[in-house]
Design a protein around this ligand. Sequence first.
Ligand SMILES: Cc1cc2nc3c(=O)[nH]c(=O)nc-3n(C[C@H](O)[C@H](O)[C@H](O)COP(=O)(O)O)c2cc1C
Length: 314
Amino acid sequence: MRYAVLAPSSHNSQPWRFVLKGETVELWPDTSRHLAVADPDRRELTLACGASLFCLRLAAWSVGAGLSVNVSASSERPLASITRAALECEFDWEPEFAALPYLRMDFRPFRVDTPTPALLRAVTRPILGGFPRGFKSYCGPVKVGLVRDDTGRQAISRRVEEAAREQWSDALFRKELAGWEGAEELLAYRLGLPPFLAWLAPRLLPVWSPAERIAESQGQQAREAPVLVVLGAAREGVLEWLSCGECLAALALSGRARGLSWSPFLAVTRRASRRAHVGEQSGVDHPQVLLRLGYGGHVPAPPRRGVDEVCSVG
Ligand SMILES: Cc1cc2nc3c(=O)[nH]c(=O)nc-3n(C[C@H](O)[C@H](O)[C@H](O)COP(=O)(O)O)c2cc1C
């Protein structure tokens, strides 16, 4: 469980809850940590739960245990009921497991050097079959698309910029984010404040819109990204989001294990029309995740809730 809580999540919301029932671990979304304005249909919340589920799989793998995972899209039932099973995974996840404590989203500009095609092949290899290799999928395959050409990046970056402008112009979105714990450093960076003034960020955000600044910087980061990666499922749905979240974690870890950093542009996948556009550029239907990969720098570890805070005995 110590590994499961290290997963990335939308605005570090960590919206997962684990209930231990005898030999079963149930993974539930923590609806008290749902960002209702930013994520009205709970898509990002489910992606984050998927990322946490994958980290749990890796932790079990590291001690030679397999997991049997039963998923459910019903809000009455856990997203996943997990029990121990024989380990059937033959893929070597050691590099990704070793990278897990060091996985950090890097929201700063990346260096200009581009990962080689061979490196990108190695990074995407763990999810190329449509699901983290060696684990049993519970819905259709997750498709991966890489965008490296200038035309594709230009086209996508325009949508990224537009989506960021729309999102950060929304006073309700800014108010929700300002009230969110543990996001000061990221917010300060987005607002252009030096780290020692990070405490000011949540106070400024409700009354000052940084939409233009953020839109420009997000657009530029997408345009100059060494590579953009798109993950998409065969259709929209809770289980598809969950499996995209698993693949997101597997991909980010695979990159980290090979010296690459990541950061997401998820606002652009919130609206169907923009998703369609990203889909056209990447050849991926129903894109759920857009992220950039490249060479970043050192980023301090963001705070995480402890195992005691996210686990209960049912
Ligand atoms: C599903 C998902 C959505 C995310 N959305 C955003 C976002 O909209 N804006 C942002 O700055 N970061 C976003 N992130 C990145 C998180 O902010 C980041 O994972 C979190 O702050 C924890 O930091 P870490 O990944 O470095 O541990 C997202 C991550 C995930 C998994």
